[in-house]
Design a protein around this ligand. Structure first.
Ligand SMILES: Nc1ncnc2c1ncn2[C@@H]1O[C@H](COP(=O)(O)OP(=O)(O)OP(=O)(O)O)[C@@H](O)[C@H]1O
Ligand SMILES: [Mg+2]
Length: 416
């Protein structure tokens, strides 16, 4: 089979690989390059970036790597036929200088020594000319999968919080859990307050001197970069960062550009380990966008008939919107053994287990929020112990001890 024959299956086939993998060719011959072009068009698996015409053997490592372009390609295809020695040196340089770039050798030589030489110089694949289409598909798929895995490792978990009705303690739990993830488990954490009006997160963290709010960021996502983000973010002494809600109401509610929220979340995901979102208890489009994107939705409720009935309605609504049930977790706040509605009754009516119970300690929680002072009292409170265990279950890095064992607890979180 010739190279051209092997790509003749033209209507574009669909392979799901996430984004296309970028390829740079080094000294790749004309016919192979043409085959790669047809392969790129027919499969969409690769995107040919450039073909460079020499091995740059006389140049230093930095110059060689620069020569391949910035950002570095996902795959560098080095043709060994023109000069095997120079090709091997180039492959070695790419392999050691660009650990995220895979090096593939291409050659018409099939002798085991030739293959061994290429592999020793850091080539992960050896493609014999004319390139076999299936072999290339598999090799590219491996690189795509590896890249996806890496990207996912660098993605924040999005934890959305929504009350079953106002006043269930959603903001209290989101702010305290965020502060604990940052302080006790050293996790870079961001809290987004998505209330269009009357958001309390800034107040609860005593970060009330904000310049800009989250809806302004959403109106300007085309300008979103690291510097622009800085002007929105406020930092709490626990390490938790916050982008607050508007002080009053949002003036231009209709003006949010389509896709702005999704774009902002994917931008922020690359910069934090945890993003907590304080959602208003409403079934609107913005909430739904966040809920679709989030890893977990914590539905915060209390053991009251009206609140539990709302959870049932919310679960029905999310079911109708095809939100997977596994990512919805019911949190019972202000829990007390003698609650009028029992845990068993709640679980029965929801047909779902209660994920977390946070005890009822009104004086301590209120004092914390309003005075910011009784830290010692709160640090030993049952609420904090419960939230620390919750934070530990999601934020503890394997093989590490959280700082909570040092006896600090939430101590200092509200100190500034
Ligand atoms: N575990 C708890 N024990 C006792 N009181 C609590 C607890 N959690 C929250 N509260 C109290 O409940 C009240 C409401 O809390 P919070 O503002 O966090 O609720 P919310 O669901 O965010 O309300 P909103 O709908 O206004 O946004 C506050 O006074 C807070 O101190
Ligand atoms: Mg609130």
């Amino acid at each position: 089979m010739t190279a051209n024959d092997s790509t003749s299956a033209s209507p574009r086939e669909s392979f799901y690989m996430g984004e296309t993998v970028s390829v740079v060719g080094v000294c790749v011959d004309e016919e192979t390059w043409r085959f790669l072009g047809l392969f790129a068009d027919s499969t969409g698996l690769i995107q040919l970036r450039t073909r460079v015409g020499d091995y740059r053997s006389g140049q230093d490592q930095d110059a060689v790597l620069e020569y391949l372009g910035n950002p570095a390609p996902d795959i560098c295809l080095v043709d060994f036929d023109k000069d095997r020695r120079a090709a091997a040196i180039m492959a070695e340089r790419i392999h050691s200088g660009l650990p995220d770039t895979a090096v593939f050798a291409v050659s018409s030589q099939t002798h085991p020594d030739a293959i061994l030489e290429a592999m020793r110089s850091g080539c992960g694949e050896y493609l014999v000319k004319p390139i076999d289409r299936e072999q290339l598909v598999k090799a590219v798929a491996r690189i795509g999968a590896r890249r996806k895995e890496k990207q996912e490792q660098g993605r924040a978990q999005i934890l959305a919080f929504m009350g079953s009705k106002g006043g269930c303690g959603t903001t209290t739990l989101a702010t305290q859990l965020g502060a604990l993830l940052a302080s006790s488990f050293s996790r870079s954490s961001l809290l987004l307050d998505l209330h269009p009006d009357f958001g309390d997160a800034a107040l609860y963290l005593k970060l009330t001197k904000s310049r800009f709010h989250f809806f302004e960021l959403l109106e300007n996502t085309d300008r979103l970069d690291a510097d622009f983000l800085k002007s929105f973010v406020m930092r709490h002494s626990s390490g938790l960062e916050l982008i607050p809600a508007p002080e009053g109401s949002v003036a231009s509610r209709e003006a949010l550009p389509a896709g702005a929220l999704t774009h902002a979340l994917s931008f922020l995901r690359l910069r934090y380990e945890f993003i907590l979102v304080d959602l208003p208890p409403a079934l609107n489009d913005e909430n739904l966008t966040v809920i679709r994107d989030c890893d977990y939705l914590y539905l915060v409720t209390v053991a009251e008939v009206s609140a539990v009935r709302n959870v049932v309605r919310q679960l029905e609504y999310f079911h109708s919107k095809e939100i997977p049930r596994e990512k919805i977790r019911v949190v019972l706040n202000r829990h007390h053994k003698r609650n009028v509605v029992s845990d068993a009754q709640i679980e029965k009516v929801l047909e779902q287990k209660i994920f977390w119970r946070v005890p009822n300690q009104y004086p301590q929680v209120v004092k914390t929020i309003h005075e910011g002072d009784p830290v010692a009292q709160l640090s030993s409170s049952e609420v904090t112990r419960s939230l620390e265990d919750w934070a530990e279950s999601i934020g503890k890095k394997p093989g590490t001890e959280g700082k909570k064992k040092e006896g600090r607890g939430i101590l200092g979180l509200w100190e500034r």
